[in-house]
Design a binder for this molecule. Structure first.
Ligand code: NDP
Length: 482
């Protein structure tokens, strides 16, 4: 046991064990071995973290320091992340099995999240509203207080950074609970925050299970904002818990992204992105293009090319530079995805390629299934794995109808070379993000979030500012009375 790595809680600028001394095992899903342990947070540990972040907000320098100074501190953290990029990426790859090159990409995007929000809070300070009545008004965006952030295991560092960066940039203090499956990189980030000189309590990390560690954070009235990414089901519990003390929530939940390929698409481009959209990160992406709709006239040709491209993906050890695709993140998740593949077959779906690897690994190969009924569970529900369900359509109206026929609405993609159609269809799709002829490209200034069961609220640029601050209106008289 002694050679195992250990990830404690970061509370008040110190890495600590749980008060109870309890730990849990952390698995490497590729080797299927325990490689580390993490502190198993109880309600008492979470409460200690809340007290620390509360004090840091109410009495500490962070919310009170100048915006330029705060931006500089966050850039210092980003510099350290850049210096240690290989080490951080190694943690995510070991912890959840994503290919190392993809983990490096995630670190780069996480660094950019910090840099972007550091600068954004410095530059988007407020707005002025001249009034005709002899007054003028302006808005101020003061920090909201203590932020509880709960992040998932599919992009352990990146999803956490997407929450922490705007929270602390706007002067809040933050407690993050990473998924119990992937505590490593976020705890490492907490260590770097200490190294970067962050005041104690500005960034606390609590490791442990959703309940009690996460639920203690969301239900405590000393917490002013709750931001969560995970399943729609847990999202509802998080919202109910935050409602007990009227804390605003930002929820980024599940998805079943539609990917529509029209007959006039650039097929090379469409195949490239269809593969990325469902097989990158082994499909463990809320934004995955997991429902593919192909226009009938090109269906056979497209499917031949899509299947061939899926079969070319190199499956293997995530640390091998040649590997493009590896195991699922945990045994629990492997069992879930495998059961969807089995049920798709039982329900009459045709597996065109892929299926569950029968070698004892936690790999589900890139899988493409057609012929499922529109109400079959694998067609409707979020599988969150490398499983693409395919259907055909005749015309634009049917494509839009099929794409919108879901309780989710996080994102959609469409492929066409017809400019008018691109705009027309994009506008009709019920989704928080629509990608035209691409996938996964983000500008941090744009709104990000979902419709329906995919979430509540938007983050990104000024949308994050609105969530992580308490906007205030100040009205000032210019013309004297009397
Ligand atoms: P969950 O929604 O259960 O977990 C997400 C995060 O919430 C984890 O940190 C989890 O902790 C925490 N959590 C769980 N219960 C509570 C609670 N009562 N209060 C506060 N926090 C809580 O997702 P799973 O990891 O179980 O994955 C299940 C499914 O969710 C996936 O198969 C996928 O369909 C979807 N999902 C969607 C994601 C997205 O990006 N939108 C990301 C991850 C999953 P702990 O890990 O300890 O349970």
């Amino acid at each position: 046991m002694s050679e195992l790595a250990f990830f404690g809680h970061i509370i008040d600028g110190v890495e600590v064990e749980s008060e109870s001394g309890a730990r849990f095992d952390v698995w490497n899903p590729w080797t299927r071995e325990v490689w580390a342990q993490a502190a198993e947070g109880t309600a008492a540990d979470a409460e200690r973290a809340i007290a620390s972040s509360r004090k840091a907000f109410d009495e500490g320098p962070w919310p009170r320091m100048g915006r330029v100074e705060r931006a500089a501190a966050i850039h210092r953290l980003a510099d350290l992340m850049e210096e240690r990029a290989d080490e951080i990426a190694r943690l995510d790859t070991t912890n959840m099995g994503k290919p190392f090159a993809q983990a490096k990409h995630d670190v780069a995007r996480s660094v950019w999240n910090f840099r972007f929000f550091a600068d954004h809070q410095r530059d988007h300070v407020g707005e002025v509203f001249p009034m005709d009545s002899g007054h003028h008004s302006y808005s101020e965006f003061g920090p909201a207080g203590v932020v509880a952030a709960i992040s998932p295991w599919n992009f352990p560092l990146m999803m956490a950074s997407w929450k922490i960066a705007p929270a602390i940039a706007w002067g809040n203090t933050c407690i993050i609970k990473p998924s119990e499956d992937t505590p490593a990189s976020v705890t490492y980030l907490g260590r770097l925050a200490i190294e970067a000189g962050f005041p104690p309590g500005v960034l606390n990390v609590i490791n442990g299970y959703g309940a009690p560690a996460g639920s203690t954070l969301t239900g405590d009235d000393r917490v002013d904002r709750v931001t969560f990414t995970g399943s729609s089901q847990t999202g509802k519990m998080v919202m109910a818990s935050a409602a007990t003390h009227l804390a605003p929530v930002s929820l980024e939940l599940g998805g079943k992204g539609a990917n529509i390929v029209f007959a006039d698409a650039d097929l090379d481009n469409a195949v490239y992105w269809a593969v990325e959209a469902i097989f990158r990160n082994a499909g463990q992406i809320c934004l995955a293009g997991s429902r593919l709709f192909v226009q009938s006239s090109i269906y056979d040709e497209f499917m031949t090319r899509f299947v061939a491209a899926a079969e070319k993906l190199v499956i293997g050890d995530p640390f091998d530079p040649a590997t493009q695709f590896s195991s699922l993140a945990s045994k629990r998740h492997f069992d879930k995805v495998a059961s969807y593949v089995e049920s798709a077959q039982a329900l009459g779906g045709r597996v065109l390629t892929g299926g569950v690897a029968e070698d004892g690994s936690w790999v589900v190969r890139p899988t493409i299934i057609d012929g499922l009924a529109l109400d079959a569970a694998p067609y409707c529900e979020e599988i969150f794995g490398p499983v693409c369900v395919v259907n055909r359509f005749e015309d634009e109206a049917q494509a839009v109808h099929l794409a919108n026929d879901t309780r989710y609405g996080l994102n959609a993609m469409l492929f066409t070379e017809n400019l008018s159609r691109a705009h027309r269809v994009a506008s009709k799709l019920r989704a928080g993000t629509v990608w035209v002829n691409c996938f996964f490209i983000r500008d941090l200034r744009t709104p990000f979030g979902g419709v329906g069961d995919s979430g509540v609220g938007r983050e990104g640029g000024n949308f994050s500012r609105e969530f992580f601050t308490e906007p205030k209106a100040v009205v000032m008289q210019i013309d004297r009375k009397g």
